[in-house]
Design a protein around this ligand. Structure first.
Ligand SMILES: [Zn+2]
Length: 506
């Protein structure tokens, strides 16, 4: 089955931060997991490069908006690479192929009778590149996101008849209760629709930086319309000489932050309906990672900068932490201190130490070969159904609970080694068979959790699997007892070494 997952395209004007890393990591976990299932995956990320903020920032620097995009896109590509993200394509809305698709689709919306000429008056936030309704404004006519005072603006432009899609959207929501998850975001989007939709201006007469309106080339298409269409346009040219649209559209999951819910859960499906294109299967909303009050950490200072974390601790540690610490879909607090705590207690101790101890015991007691034995029942029972549970959770984009299912087994293996004390068994020749069983159980348990952890922590999981002499990543093999003993183990080194670095002086 084809599986298509997207991140939002990131605004090229910003510096990449933890929030960008969070969404991209989550999408990568889904993409890697689906590949383990044997699905044909397409994973898209990229940058949104049009709009007023880019123009303004470029002007300040004395360069063109395109030059600014070229300069900043490098940071987003670097972040993806440093996080070991396996996107199949990186779209830029300045790609000429994207322009062509946007013009074609918007022309279709026009030809289908959903566009008219009108005058717009409203509160405009140049940083959102969006008009705000009266009810959205905060005290003092401020943007609810940027907190700046907004001016009332008036302009003649083209309108998209969004109001005509209230009924079709309500039917979509009624037919597909999982169109938007989690439930509270579904409710929020639906109630926004039910309150009555206002038509949306589709173009901007004052701006020059964007995709021209095909029938009125003095105007450019509103940056959000252009940006949303990236999910659709990319498929037409991501692979040279091939159009992937029929294979991968509609998208299975759009992953987004809660601040862009309205665009993805209301405007996007309406726009697609107006163009006669199928709507995506699901829009999944995650919460924000909040940096609360906390003490300075020794290694990271008082912020979590993704590149700095990756430099010091490796990308797996960051990938693990953001999905483990905060329930996916909800807001939650993160801090450098909590990061370090989890790094030490869970990654270095529970996973890293357990792995190196197990390999050391197999080396010392069994010459580096995993013993042949029947799977110990006490572990087999606990691992029963694990792969299916992880599959179900990830199918529901419930990343935190999927990870928790796996980590409960990591903890279980730690208890098992404490209970069984293989180093004591090794002293008694009469216990040789029991020792075989325990060592096989540990190696097999570590193998299964590592196959399942691979989407979350690809580097460490693959290193451990290689050291266990079993590098098959397919989900089929993620059953306890699926593979027999007999594998020759290799060297592992420390998966999560102690980090001594001091924070740079602030
Ligand atoms: Zn704003």
């Amino acid at each position: 089955m084809p599986y298509y997952v997207t991140t939002p395209i990131y605004y090229v004007n910003a510096e990449p931060h933890l929030g960008h890393a969070y969404t991209t990591i989550a999408a990568d976990v889904l993409a890697r997991h689906m590949r383990q299932r044997g699905e044909e995956v397409f994973f898209l990320t990229g940058t949104d490069e049009h709009g007023e903020p880019v123009t303004l920032a470029a002007e300040k620097l004395g360069i063109t908006p395109r030059e600014l995009g070229d300069r900043n896109v490098v940071h987003f590509k670097e972040l993806a690479a440093r996080l070991h993200v396996t996107n199949d394509f990186f779209i830029r809305t300045t790609d000429p192929e994207h322009y062509a698709v946007v013009e074609r689709v918007v022309q279709g919306v026009h030809d289908n009778g959903h566009v008219y000429e009108g005058t717009y008056e409203g509160w405009y936030c140049p940083l959102c590149a969006d008009f705000k309704t009266d009810s959205e404004l905060e005290e003092g006519n401020r943007c609810p996101i940027h907190k700046i005072v907004l001016e009332r603006e008036k302009e003649d432009n083209w309108f998209f008849r969004l109001s005509a899609f209230q009924g079709p959207l309500e039917r979509l929501y009624a037919d597909r209760p999982d169109f938007v998850i989690p439930q509270n975001r579904y409710n929020e989007a639906l109630s926004f629709i039910q309150q009555g939709l206002q038509d949306l201006s589709l173009s901007r007469p004052r701006l020059k930086w964007g995709v021209p309106v095909p029938w009125d080339r003095d105007q450019v298409i509103y940056v959000w319309i252009d940006a949303l269409l990236n999910y659709y346009s990319a498929l037409s040219y991501a692979r040279e000489g091939e159009d992937l649209t029929d294979r991968f559209w509609p998208a299975d999951v759009h992953l987004i932050g809660k601040d862009i819910l309205k665009f993805h859960a209301v405007i996007w499906p309406a726009l697609l309906m107006a163009a006669g294109i199928e709507v995506p299967r699901r829009v999944t909303i995650h919460g924000f990672l909040l940096l609360g009050e906390h003490k300075m950490s020794k290694s990271l200072g008082n912020v979590i900068d993704p590149i700095q974390v990756v430099d010091l601790y490796g990308s797996d540690a960051l990938r693990f932490y953001v999905l483990r610490e905060v329930r996916f879909g909800q807001d939650g607090e993160v801090s450098p201190e909590a990061f370090e705590r989890r790094y030490t207690s869970e990654l270095a101790n529970e996973y890293g130490n357990l792995s190196s101890r197990t390999l050391a015991m197999i080396e010392r007691y069994r010459g580096g070969v995993v013993p042949e034995a029947d799977p110990p029942k006490e572990l087999a029972d606990e691992f029963d159904g694990l792969a299916e549970a992880v599959k179900t959770r990830l199918g529901e984009v419930d990343l935190t609970n999927a990870l928790d299912e796996i980590w409960r087994r990591v903890k279980l293996l730690n208890r098992y080694v404490q209970d069984e004390q293989p180093w004591q068994l090794a002293k008694d020749e009469a216990q040789a068979e029991r020792l075989d069983t325990v060592l096989y159980g540990l190696a097999e348990g570590l193998r299964v959790v590592s196959v399942l952890l691979q989407p979350f922590m690809p580097e460490s999981a693959e290193r451990l699997l290689a050291a266990l002499g079993r590098d098959d990543l397919s989900l089929e093999t993620a059953r306890f007892g699926a593979l027999p003993g007999g594998a020759r183990c290799g060297k592992l080194g420390q998966l999560f070494p102690k980090v001594e670095a001091e924070a740079p002086a602030a």
